[in-house]
Design a protein around this ligand. Structure first.
Ligand SMILES: [Zn+2]
Length: 256
């Protein structure tokens, strides 16, 4: 298939997840000619670290700007921060959030979708778990003409992405709530240079400065952090499980 046509969408909970969790992978695939997008569900206003912000509104503004700067470092083609409530995603309406994500999937038309698993991705954050839950439903429903049919009346068509991956690891953090991480089925070697660039992207989130060293240490516990791990959760075309080294393994050109 033509490289220029390949697309990857990453669905996250907070500004900084795109860098801390998925940064190396986003860089790697952009370099391979994949158009990358990130949709983040909250502006991260429940954060303990608030920089110079005096109000939630100011913090949201700062974090949206930091997100844009991080996406620039990661060469993300399209980045968007939605306005769902930080730390309350488990009490947010599933039909509405999944519908917003179905809309983005039908507009962006990715081949591969990345998100967190129901464990909350290493940090056990419930917002991460919920972002993954909403994204999972959106992955399934974007391709069904009977779901959110009103979007189709406005000229959109259903879209079936080919692969859904959850962020995961082959280790857990001792100082967090207990989690059962999704099985590692893909190990992506991003290399030392991209690992450094991912942290450069993370450091664009200046309000989160007190976290910089900790995040670097957390993700670097194995293989110096140059391997990002995923769980293949669903595929459009049924297949047997196998260990992968490339998220676009088996992806074919879309007909539409
Ligand atoms: Zn997060």
């Amino acid at each position: 298939m033509q490289r220029s046509m390949r697309k990857l969408l990453c669905i996250t909970a907070h500004p900084d997840d795109e860098a801390g969790a998925f940064g190396g992978t986003l860089l790697l695939y952009q370099e391979r000619g994949v158009e990358t997008s990130v949709v983040c569900l909250t502006a991260g206003t429940a954060a303990r670290n608030r920089g110079t912000a005096g109000s939630n509104q100011e913090l949201a503004q700062l974090r949206r700007a930091e997100f844009a700067a991080s996406c620039k470092v990661l060469n993300v083609a399209y980045g968007e921060v939605l306005d769902y409530p930080d730390s309350k995603l488990d009490r947010t309406d599933l039909y509405q959030v999944a519908g917003d994500l179905v809309l983005r999937i039908r507009q962006i038309r990715p081949h591969v979708v990345l998100t967190f698993g129901p464990d909350g991705g290493l940090t056990a954050h419930v917002d991460h778990a919920m972002a993954g839950t909403f994204a999972t439903m959106a992955f399934e429903w974007a391709g069904r003409p009977d779901r959110y049919a009103e979007q189709l009346e406005q000229g959109l068509t259903p879209h079936r992405a080919q692969k859904l991956y959850y962020y995961t690891s082959d280790f857990v953090l001792d100082d967090r709530q207990p989690i059962a991480p999704p099985t590692v089925t893909a190990r992506i070697e991003v290399g030392k240079e991209r690992f450094e660039k991912k942290h450069l992207a993370f450091r664009q989130h200046t309000t989160q400065k007190p976290l910089f060293e900790r995040v670097r240490k957390n993700v670097g516990q194995r293989s110096e952090g140059t391997i990002e791990m995923y769980h293949l959760a669903a595929t459009r075309d049924p297949r047997e499980g196998k260990l992968e080294a490339d998220l676009f393994d088996g992806v074919v050109e879309d007909k539409s």
